[in-house]
Design a protein around this ligand. Structure first.
Ligand SMILES: NC(=O)c1ccc[n+]([C@@H]2O[C@H](COP(=O)([O-])OP(=O)(O)OC[C@H]3O[C@@H](n4cnc5c(N)ncnc54)[C@H](O)[C@@H]3O)[C@@H](O)[C@H]2O)c1
Length: 502
């Protein structure tokens, strides 16, 4: 994490206003982005990099976040031209640094910035605060904070500005939540024209293709009316490589809101399906990775089949399906129950417990007094995001069963969600003397590890649980030769060969 507390990165309102007016005079359009999290901090960078045909910057971009210490850190980072989030994609820090150099990218917590913009992008979070797979009516969202954020935009925005909602919202979110709030705020300021609202969900993936996943990828969008849709399409056409990735307009905001949620629910259900087959493969002695590889050759229908793993984490796949079920029950008063989608959420939620079962088997059925080293607490390889990491459930259970746990992760400097768990800066520090080492995330730093490295790090005859296919049969055989115990999620062939036993 970047610490730039020492640098003077304050952006006063007067300073910001001067810059904005000067940029306008140079022909730039003003864009405000609400929310500078994993999505917003990359969106500001990409929008600021958009150019006119003559090579001049097209936009003056103002990132707006709240005044919490973490948001202030992000604001300061962007004003210093530094990425606020550790990114394996060098393009992100490069674009942010260029935005600062050019002077067309600033960040602030002053909401008056919304009043300057012709286009406002909403990239804030909308959390599911209460999940329920059984009772749709019990699902609750963080609508209070979402709505108050939209209210702030409405109370400052130019009535003619276009608001593009990129946040993942429940189906009906733009028409039943966002537009009425904006309309009421504008009416309070004397503007009775309906606000211009569009929906264009983000498909950004904060990994090695962080920037490309915004700029060079397909986008779906819609508008609350024709003018809003047209303006949104025109705007997206200036930041996305539409020659290679043509935009797709759908007929209503409900449709694009549903597209985003179905997209993620499909992925979650695909993962849940494979979890079921993981259990079967381990029971009948089959290497499920070999099976999946043989199926993936069917390009177009089967090549995106998921594979066995440790669990589902992150902000989106763990919540998005609930937004759909919330919509049905609460926004539309419908009795529709998304049975299969909700079942997938249950299976995925319980997935890390499967690794606990494998670990128990590896350690003769008891974890009491055992030292377990977990490698990987972020939810995805090489990205410093620990939100809803499956490691949480795994560690909680392993600790409850009496083990002492320590963790390591090269993508983060600590584990915010579990500060009480010893976080080791070095791999060896975590592994030394452990009864079992568990690899849960295929971080690049782990992928080159050989059996000799594991043996040297642990320093005694140990046990390996490969929960995310980091190691091949060669490593397993070499460890077996050194009398290690070895198990792997989805690796039924190791289990059939009794690699987990002494
Ligand atoms: N993270 C991803 O990979 C990803 C991908 C696609 C879509 N999305 C969706 O995009 C949205 C944002 O996700 P994220 O991962 O960036 O979330 P995040 O939690 O990382 O960031 C949200 C940001 O919004 C800020 N914010 C909250 N209220 C605000 C307010 N009133 N004014 C200004 N700023 C405010 C927060 O301080 C935070 O910095 C979510 O709906 C998410 O589902 C996320």
């Amino acid at each position: 994490m970047v610490n730039i507390v020492e640098r003077n990165t304050a952006q006063s309102w007067e300073e910001l206003l001067l810059k904005a007016r000067a940029a306008e005079a140079r022909g730039m359009k003003l864009v405000a982005v609400q929310g500078l999290g994993f999505v917003g901090c990359a969106v500001v960078a990409v929008v600021a990099a958009a150019q006119l045909p003559n090579g001049q910057p097209r936009y003056f971009v103002i990132g707006v976040d709240v005044a919490t210490p973490e948001a202030q850190r992000r604001i300061a980072c962007i004003n210093a031209g530094v990425a606020p989030i550790a990114s394996p994609d060098p393009e992100l820090p490069k674009l942010l640094a260029e935005g600062r150099e050019r002077g067309n990218l600033v960040a602030t917590s002053d909401p008056r910035a919304f009043g300057l913009a012709e286009t406002v992008l909403i990239d804030i979070n909308l959390d599911v605060t209460r999940m329920s797979t059984q009772a749709p009516g019990n699902i609750e969202l963080g609508l209070e904070s979402f709505s108050s954020a939209i209210k702030v935009v409405g109370s400052h925005m130019n009535p003619a500005a276009l608001v593009i909602v990129e946040t993942t919202v429940p189906i009906g979110g733009c028409e039943k939540i966002v537009q009425p709030i904006l309309a009421s705020e504008l009416a309070a300021r004397g503007s009775l024209e309906p606000p211009r609202v569009a929906h264009a969900y983000e498909r950004v993936t904060p990994g090695v293709n962080y920037v490309r996943s915004i700029r060079s990828f397909y986008r779906t969008y819609s508008g609350m009316d024709e003018v809003s849709a047209k303006l949104a399409g025109d705007f997206l056409g200036t930041i996305v490589d539409v020659e290679s990735y043509p935009l797709r307009q759908v007929s209503s905001t409900r449709a694009s809101e549903m597209a985003k949620i179905l997209e993620n629910s499909y992925r979650a259900a695909n993962i849940a399906l494979i979890q079921e087959w993981t259990v079967l493969a381990e029971e009948v002695g089959v290497n499920l990775f070999e099976v999946i590889e043989s199926i993936r050759v069917r390009k177009g229908t089967h090549d995106n089949i998921r594979q066995p793993g440790f669990g589902v984490g992150g902000y989106c796949l763990t919540k998005d399906s609930f937004l759909a079920q919330f919509s049905a029950a609460t926004l539309f008063g419908s009795g529709v129950k998304l049975e299969m989608t909700m079942r997938a959420m249950e299976i995925n939620y319980a997935m890390p417990l499967h690794s606990v079962a494998r670990l128990l088997e590896l350690l003769d059925g008891s974890l009491a007094g055992k030292a377990v080293a977990l490698f990987g607490v972020s939810y995805i390889a090489d990205v410093g995001d620990t939100r809803n990491s499956p490691s949480e459930q795994f560690v909680d259970k392993v600790k409850a069963l009496g083990a002492e746990v320590r963790v390591h992760d090269p993508a983060v400097e600590g584990w915010r969600e579990r500060p009480e768990i010893p976080f080791c800066a070095g791999m060896e520090e975590a592994a030394r003397g452990a009864d079992a080492v568990v690899f849960s995330v295929p971080h690049k730093a782990y992928l080159s590890l050989q059996a000799a490295d594991l043996k040297a790090m642990v320093g005694k005859r140990g046990a390996l649980l490969d929960a995310n296919n980091l190691f091949g049969d060669g490593v397993a055989l070499e460890l077996r030769a050194a009398q290690w115990r070895v198990a792997g999620v989805g690796k039924g062939h190791w289990r059939a060969a009794r690699f987990h036993q002494a």
